[in-house]
Write a protein that binds this ligand. Structure first.
Ligand code: GLC
Length: 444
C-alpha cells in the first residue's frame, strides 16, 4: 500500500506541548542502537516520528523499527518466542492492552513505575488506558494510543436513502442497510471482523456485551491498578441466553444478506478495503480507519462522507459497549541498562502530547493524553474525536488475566463457528463456558 502524503507538523501549534520533551541528555560512549517492535502503519506517521527522534538524538540513540505482524496474536507469538529464550532482539516495543498481566507475570518486561511517576502525572492519561498498564500494583508500560470499536457509516448514502442518522440497534442497521443497498446498488450492508484471531475476540465481545451478556464477572479484572485489590477474573458467566443471542445477532446479519459470508475470514484490513473502496454502507473497525481516509489519490471516500457512531445493540434496552483496544510502550526485561535508559527516552518522546497530536491528525490514532481531546487543531481535522470521547466512556476492556492467551482463541473460535452456521449461539456459549473454566482450573 502506498504511503499517504504527510501533513507537516511545522507550525501546527505545538507550542505548549513541550511538557515531556526534555533536552537530550548524552549517554556516555557510542551511539545506542535500539530495535523497536510494532506492527505496520500504513499512514506513515510512526516512521516519521522515529525519524524525528533519531534526528533529535543524532550520534546518541538510533532507533530502527522491526515491523512485526499486523495481527495482534501473531505479533504476540513473535515476541513470546524471543522472550522465552530471554532474547533482547526487540528492546522497546508495543504491547496490546490485554498482554500486560501475562508479560508481567512471566517477567518478560521491565517495571517502569518509578520512571513513570518521575516524568508523568497519572491524570495526564485517560484512566482506562492507564489501567491497562498496571498489574499487581506495578506499572509496566506507558499508554501510547488507544482504540475503541466504532461503527463507521456512509453519511452520504444514508442521507440519500432518507435516513438522518446512524442506527442504534442491529434491527435498525439491518433495515437501513437493506434499503440503502437497493437504493444505491452498493454491494454490502455491513462488514466486521469475524476471522479466528484477536480482532474476532473484540468483535465477539461487543456482540455479547451489547446483548446484555458477559464473559467473565464484570468483564474487568482490576488487577491491582490504583491500589485496588488484585482480582483475577475467575467467574465465567458466558453461558447465558443474552450471550447466546449476542453471538446470534452477528450470524443473523449474514443470514439476512446484510453482511457477506466472507466476513468469517475478515480481519481489520479486509473490512477496511471493502469500506474504502465504496463497497459497504457500514463497517465495524478501529479509529485508524478514519485517519487513513482523505487522500483522494488513494481512496474513493472523503472524510466528510463517513460518520462514526457507537456499536449498535440488540434491542433498545441494552447499552452499547465498545471493546477497548490500544497499544502500550514497554521495555524488554532482557535488555542492558544502557539500552533501557535509551528506551525510556524513546517512550517519553513517542508518548509526549506533541507526538500523540501528530499521530491523531495524520494517522487517526486516538490519543491517550487526556487534554488532546479538547485540542482545537485536532478537533478541526477530526471532528469525530469528540464522538470518540463519549464512546470511550462506554469502553470495556478484555479480561486482564495472565491466562488471556489461552482464553482468547476459544472466544474467537466460538464466534467464528457461529458465524459459519456450524453451531448455534446456545451451544457455542455452553462449550465456551466449559473451555474457559478449564483454562482457569488448569492454571490454578
Ligand atoms: C487493534 C487494537 C488491539 C486489538 C487488535 C485486534 O490493534 O488496538 O487492542 O487487539 O486491534 O485485531
Amino acid at each position: 500500500m502506498k504511503r499517504r502524503k504527510f501533513i507537516s507538523l511545522t507550525g501546527a501549534g505545538i507550542a505548549g506541548t513541550t511538557l515531556l520533551s526534555s533536552a537530550p541528555v548524552k549517554i556516555q560512549g557510542s551511539e545506542v542502537r535500539l530495535t523497536f517492535g510494532h506492527g505496520p502503519d500504513d499512514s506513515g506517521t510512526i516512521q516519521a516520528l522515529i525519524d524525528k527522534f533519531n534526528e533529535r538524538h543524532k550520534d546518541e540513540i538510533r532507533v530502527s523499527w522491526k515491523t512485526m505482524s499486523r495481527l495482534s496474536n501473531v505479533y504476540h507469538q513473535q515476541l513470546a518466542s524471543d522472550f522465552n529464550v530471554e532474547s533482547g532482539e526487540v528492546e522497546v516495543f508495543t504491547a496490546d492492552v490485554p498482554w500486560t498481566a501475562e508479560f508481567s507475570s512471566k517477567k518478560w518486561i521491565s517495571e517502569i513505575t518509578k520512571d513513570f511517576y518521575r516524568d508523568y502525572t497519572p491524570e495526564d492519561f485517560l484512566t482506562n488506558t492507564l489501567k491497562s498498564t498496571y498489574y499487581n500494583y506495578r506499572m509496566w508500560g506507558v499508554p501510547w494510543y488507544t482504540d475503541i470499536g466504532l461503527l463507521f457509516y456512509r453519511r452520504d448514502l444514508l442521507e440519500k436513502s432518507g435516513f438522518d442518522g446512524p442506527p442504534k440497534t442491529w434491527t435498525e442497521l439491518t433495515s437501513m442497510a437493506k434499503k440503502t443497498k437497493s437504493a444505491t446498488g452498493i454491494r454490502h450492508g455491513f462488514v466486521f471482523q469475524g476471522a479466528e484471531y484477536e480482532g474476532g475476540v473484540a468483535n465477539a465481545l461487543e456482540y455479547i456485551w451489547n446483548a446484555g451478556g458477559k464473559v467473565l464477572t464484570g468483564n474487568i479484572s482490576v488487577a491491582g491498578s490504583f491500589g485496588q485489590r488484585v482480582i483475577d477474573p475467575n467467574v465465567i458467566t458466558v453461558n447465558s441466553t443474552n450471550a447466546a443471542q449476542g453471538l446470534m445477532s452477528a450470524r443473523n446479519l449474514i443470514k439476512q444478506g446484510v453482511t457477506p459470508r466472507a466476513v468469517v475470514n475478515y480481519s481489520e484490513m479486509e473490512s477496511w478495503q471493502d469500506f474504502v473502496s465504496g463497497n459497504a454502507v457500514f463497517m465495524r473497525n478501529w479509529p485508524f480507519a478514519l485517519g487513513n481516509l482523505g487522500d483522494p489519490e488513494l481512496y474513493k471516500l472523503e472524510r466528510e462522507q463517513v460518520g462514526i457512531a457507537a456499536i449498535p445493540t440488540l434491542g433498545t434496552s441494552n447499552r452499547s459497549y465498545s471493546c477497548q483496544g490500544g497499544w502500550n510502550l514497554m521495555i524488554n526485561r532482557y535488555t542492558s541498562d544502557r539500552k533501557k535508559e535509551a528506551a525510556w527516552k524513546f517512550i517519553r518522546f513517542m508518548t509526549a502530547p506533541e507526538q500523540q497530536k501528530y499521530m491523531a491528525i495524520n494517522g487517526g490514532f486516538l490519543p491517550t493524553y487526556r487534554r488532546l481531546y479538547d485540542d482545537s487543531e485536532i478537533l478541526q481535522v477530526m471532528p469525530s474525536i469528540g464522538e470518540g470521547k463519549s464512546i470511550l466512556e462506554n469502553a470495556r476492556v478484555r479480561p486482564m488475566t495472565p491466562f488471556y492467551q489461552q482464553m482468547a482463541p476459544r472466544i474467537s473460535r466460538s464466534f467464528n463457528r457461529v458465524l459459519r452456521g456450524e453451531t448455534s449461539g446456545t451451544a457455542a456459549v455452553a462449550v465456551l463456558e466449559r473451555e474457559l473454566r478449564t483454562v482457569l482450573r488448569k492454571n490454578r
